[in-house]
Design a protein around this ligand. Structure first.
Ligand SMILES: NC(=O)c1ccc[n+]([C@@H]2O[C@H](COP(=O)([O-])OP(=O)(O)OC[C@H]3O[C@@H](n4cnc5c(N)ncnc54)[C@H](O)[C@@H]3O)[C@@H](O)[C@H]2O)c1
Length: 301
């Protein structure tokens, strides 16, 4: 893509600060995954007068000092919509697997048994409520899929109106209502100060004892210690988690062995198409900047 757009590129396989500074001083754009781009680097780049944009292939941009970049007149961009299908599918797969008790049946039949009563009595989808925490791009797609199946869907998002939710057959709710009434609580808020440990000890105590937690968003939105206690005490039925407070999940975490927990290793985004799209769009940000256009995924704040 770079070549087609008439741009030269170099690959820097190092996260050493000195090497990054050198690259930032001698390039018009940086395409990054994990490199830390702090204020020192940005100021040196500004002095050299060349760097125009830092584009990350990914959503999170916590490794870039966005305020310093803005002060230095350098754009920062990311890609925030490359895996809406994948993550909503993953959440749906978790909900359906929990609802239809697939894991206990799988384990029991592999152990040589044949007993449909080995798992808790399932609930019919049209009688079950899925509560979505957050109603951004991913849970909107998930809601369409859940509605097609017949689930009752409600969502908490202070920035989305009741009318907007009603238009897609979703009931607007408070966090407290979601916690108290849902059979499946699916987490989709961004990880920010206001959502850190949004699901805490009190929340688990207020949940239905047959409720499942589904988290494909970010681990620290849930107080993991409190969730483990709730899972051990039977305050909730189970947890299906793609993300955890620490990743990789420590080998000795109880989440790895609790019978009512199912894990995937932060894989909800992953598919051949998402893998391509994230790279394509991150490069596109740079090409747009080189053509004097506003990058599609420019970070505004
Ligand atoms: N597991 C994975 O592989 C994977 C991949 C992509 C995204 N994610 C995560 O999925 C989650 C959802 O992503 P998205 O693309 O739908 O996000 P989005 O940016 O489209 O939407 C975020 C929504 O959260 C709402 N919101 C903001 N602050 C809130 C608050 N304090 N309380 C409740 N709602 C609030 C906003 O109004 C917005 O509607 C994010 O946490 C993201 O990091 C995970």
């Amino acid at each position: 893509m770079f070549e087609e757009a008439g741009l030269e590129f170099q690959i820097l396989q190092s996260r050493e600060k000195e090497r990054i500074i050198e690259a930032a001083k001698t390039s018009d754009a940086l395409l990054i995954l994990y490199a830390d781009i702090d204020e020192d680097i940005l100021k040196e780049a500004q002095e050299a007068g060349r760097l125009q944009i830092v584009s990350r292939y990914g959503i999170g941009i916590n490794m870039v000092d966005v305020a310093a970049a803005k002060a230095c007149g350098i754009d920062v961009a990311n890609v925030n919509d490359y895996c809406i299908d994948e993550v909503s599918d993953h959440s749906l797969a978790f909900i359906l697997a929990a609802a239809r008790r697939i894991i206990p049946y799988y384990n029991d039949t592999r152990a040589g048994h044949w007993d449909f009563k080995v798992a808790d009595l399932p609930i019919r989808s049209s009688k079950a409520t899925v509560g979505l925490l957050g109603f951004g791009k991913i849970p909107r797609r998930l809601a369409e899929k859940l509605n097609a199946i017949g689930y009752n869907v409600m969502a908490y998002d202070p920035f989305v109106s009741e009318e907007d939710m009603r238009a897609v057959d979703v009931e607007k709710a408070t966090v407290e209502e979601i916690i108290a009434e849902s059979d499946f609580i699916s987490v989709h808020v961004p990880l920010i100060e206001a959502t850190h440990h949004l699901l805490n000890r009190e929340a688990f105590q207020a949940m239905k004892s047959n409720a499942y937690i589904i988290n494909t968003a970010r681990g620290p939105i849930i107080d993991e210690e409190a969730m483990i206690e709730a899972l051990q005490n039977g305050e909730i039925a189970g947890a299906y988690l793609d993300v955890t407070e620490t990743e990789p999940l420590p080998a000795n975490s109880p989440l790895r062995t609790l019978p009512n927990v199912v894990l995937s290793p932060h894989a909800a985004w992953y598919s051949e198409d998402a893998f391509f799209e994230i790279r394509y769009k991150a490069i596109q940000n740079i090409i747009e900047k080189s053509e004097g256009k506003t990058p599609t995924y420019l970070i505004h704040s």
